[in-house]
Design a protein around this ligand. Structure first.
Ligand code: FAD
Length: 368
């Protein structure tokens, strides 16, 4: 899609003044977030970019309410709780968060630093790059019927930016999970009519939302249709209707102004594959001392990397982030030894963490 005038202006602004930073981290999953912490302890400033609108990666996108039992010293926490704790832990380091934008380009500059560009035209001038891209950037599953692709963005959408945009419109929502249910319940307050179309009578979303949906149907404020979308009909580039085939084989035509499709997300390695890095089965090969990729200055931690014995576990990614941080510090400051300091006792670590003497004294007083 060509950039809008505003995006173009902001692109020019960032080109003239790219954000200069020590490190850009691609991916705000648990490993990308913990990378901020490990870099921060060594005095390095990071900016994090994620294509999702919220941090947390797979933990938040795929299992926010499910318990995780193998985070050291945390007997149990959900995917969302782990993310919230990581965000709290990295707060002292004030990392820049750039969400809802994909990193599209990583190029080495003539001075040896890196030019990193996002889909929102944000440009960074970074000393090093850490790719914590997990299984890739999550993309919405598309409605794959003839004619749908041409209507994307104007009449067929995969995300709601502003519910008020649907005021006085006939809206068809596709899907059976929480997003489809939540937006059906929300848009009833704005749209002229809302019909939820799902391929089977069972919904994957929260039972309370399903109950509310059927209550709205009972009150004739929303409708539910079970079946598969067969085609979309547009006249002169304007969406007119969609056709849905039910389990009885009958194809019903629904007149509509807008279609919102929520078929879930699927990960795509996407632009990472184009940055000239060695890739083995959709993963980036790294060494186990520095976690550096085939390009010096570009590192990879978490699910995206591979090495002999690799286990795709959060705790493995945390260890990788710690070693990568030491290596990055040496890469940015060649020839200087990076001493290991304990957070328990090092005044420098306390300063970087923003731990004041009063807090320390308070902790001692309560015996913690
Ligand atoms: P991810 O969590 O995948 O995050 C990567 C992020 O990078 C994503 O948000 C993505 O949008 C972003 N990204 C990718 N490419 C780009 C780009 N070009 N630009 C911008 N952003 C990009 N592990 C455990 O240790 N214990 C468990 O109990 C456990 N349970 C699990 C249960 C389920 C159901 C699943 C699916 C996984 C589970 N895992 C568990 C695995 C764990 O979630 C992963 O190991 C972990 O999420 C990897 O973290 P990450 O930061 O490397 O990547």
């Amino acid at each position: 899609m060509p950039p809008t005038a505003t995006q173009h202006d902001s692109a020019l602004k960032f080109e003239r003044h790219p954000i200069r930073t020590d490190v850009v981290i691609v991916g705000a999953g648990p490993c990308g977030l913990f990378q901020v912490f490990e870099l921060g302890l060594l005095g390095l400033k990071a900016h994090v970019v994620d294509s999702l609108p919220v941090p947390g990666g797979q933990c938040v996108e795929l299992y926010p309410d499910k318990p995780i039992y193998d985070i050291p010293a945390v007997p149990v926490c959900t995917g969302q709780e782990l993310t919230d704790r990581l965000l709290e832990q990295i707060r002292p380091f004030g990392a820049g968060m750039h969400l809802g934008q994909e990193v599209t380009e990583v190029q080495r500059r003539e001075d040896g630093r890196f030019r990193v560009v996002t889909s929102a035209a944000t440009v960074f001038d970074a000393g090093a790059v850490v790719i914590a891209g997990g299984v890739g950037s999550f993309q919405s599953r598309r409605l794959s019927v003839p004619g749908a692709a041409e209507l994307e963005g104007k009449y067929i959408h995969y995300r709601v930016k502003d519910p008020r945009a649907y005021a006085d419109q006939d809206v068809v929502i596709l899907g059976g999970g929480d997003s489809a249910l939540d937006w059906t319940l929300a848009l009833v307050e704005h749209a002229r009519s809302v019909v939820l179309v799902h391929r089977r009578p069972e919904f994957r979303g929260a039972p309370a939302s399903v109950a509310r949906l059927y209550a709205l149907r009972e009150a004739q404020r929303a409708d539910v249709l079970i079946g598969n979308v067969k085609e979309v009909t547009a006249v002169g580039g304007v969406l007119k209707s969609i056709s849905v085939q039910g389990g009885d084989g009958v194809v019903r035509r629904l007149e509509t102004d807008q279609v919102l499709a929520f078929f879930g997300l699927h990960p795509k390695l996407g632009p990472i594959a184009e940055w000239g890095l060695e890739i083995d089965k959709r993963q980036l090969g790294v060494d186990t001392q520095k976690f550096q990729t085939s390009v010096p200055g570009i590192y990879a931690v978490g699910d995206i990397n591979t090495y002999p014995g690799k286990k795709k576990l959060i705790l493995s990614g945390f260890h990788e982030a710690a070693l990568a941080a030491f290596s990055i510090k040496e890469f940015l400051d060649p020839g200087k030894k990076v001493p290991l300091q304990y957070t328990t006792t090092s005044p420098l670590m306390h300063k970087r963490l923003g731990v004041t003497e009063e807090i320390e004294i308070g902790r001692k007083a309560v015996g913690s």
